[in-house]
Design a protein around this ligand. Structure first.
Ligand code: ASP
Length: 294
């Protein structure tokens, strides 16, 4: 029996209202993924295609638009997982390449799960390169660092990581996440996004989840895996609410998208906004926020 395909996407949880342009790119990303699903393609390909569109736009904190670390270098993170055989791939701190999600896809075809440093750069060979950060963005970083008080506030405001989860016609789930990290990170800092179980998780028996928000907290709760485990015997909505409430208890802020094999979905966030959307039943919907958990 064929399953009705669905794809959900997000463009980051945060406190800054997502602009129309970002929501338009999110719709474009969902359309790219959904076309693959409607043609019978794997959820994994749909997730990679959707995330690639957002990475290429420069409008999100991922790929081309990834924030600079404190030494003025963009180090990008991404992860990807499929729910049938639990294959996964990820890169952390990838320098110089525009589409870490495609590098993560390549890692999945090796015997490893997570590549950093020279391994990440080698596996990404031949993929599109990132331009050097502009003089303006370096100057902006320098200026902001002189205003210490504002840095803390910006850390809180600046998310806009991207992610997608999909259910394909064969009934298989997939999830992926891509980020530049958080604002004003120490060089070499890595958050939840490239960590399987924290930023991304997919298992046909439970569900698929992609997270966004303060990575240091998401890591400590293994939020994506926790949400999937709570889907066992629950719905994506009840599981997402419980997992986000537990995150709030340790002081974390986040948003997530969750989908199960029956096509039930949840989009929730503790932050004010979560650029998000879905494509299902030949309809694409995008919005600046969904259900808020307090
Ligand atoms: N979770 C990401 C990180 O901590 C940031 C985000 O979601 O915007 O690296």
């Amino acid at each position: 029996m064929k399953t009705n395909p669905i794809i959900l996407g997000h463009g980051g949880a945060g406190y800054r209202r997502p602009g129309k342009k970002s929501l338009d790119v999110l719709a474009e990303a969902l359309a790219a993924g959904y076309t693959i699903l409607l043609n019978g393609g794997p959820g994994l390909d749909a997730v990679v295609a959707a995330i690639t569109v957002m990475e290429n736009s420069g409008l999100f904190n991922a790929g081309l638009g990834g924030v600079l670390q404190l030494d003025g270098v963009q180090r990008l993170d991404a992860s990807l997982m499929e729910g049938k055989e639990l294959k996964a791939g990820a890169v952390a701190g990838l320098e110089g390449f525009r589409n870490p999600i495609q590098a993560a896809r390549r890692v999945m075809d090796t015997s490893h799960v997570l590549m950093t440093n020279i391994g990440g750069r080698r596996i990404a060979q031949g993929l599109a390169r990132l331009p050097k950060p502009s003089k303006e963005s370096l100057a902006k970083l320098k200026k902001l660092l002189l205003q210490e008080k504002e840095v803390a506030a910006l850390y809180r405001r600046y998310f806009s990581t991207v992610g997608a989860v999909a259910l394909d016609k064969s009934g298989n789930l997939a999830a992926g996440t891509s980020t530049g990290g958080t604002f004003a990170m120490l060089p070499g800092r890595t958050g939840d996004s490239p960590i399987i179980g924290a930023g991304t998780y997919a298992e046909n028996a439970t569900g698929a989840v992609s997270c966004t928000g303060a990575g240091e907290y998401i890591l400590r709760r293994a939020l994506a895996k926790e949400t999937c485990m709570l889907m066992e015997g629950g719905t994506p909505a009840t599981a997402s609410r419980r997992a986000l409430k537990a995150l709030l208890c340790i002081g974390g802020q986040a948003g997530l998208i969750a989908l199960d094999r029956n096509g039930r979905l949840a989009i929730m966030h503790t932050t004010e906004y979560l650029a998000c959307g879905y494509a299902k039943g030949k309809r694409i919907q995008v919005q600046e926020r969904a259900r808020q958990v307090r």
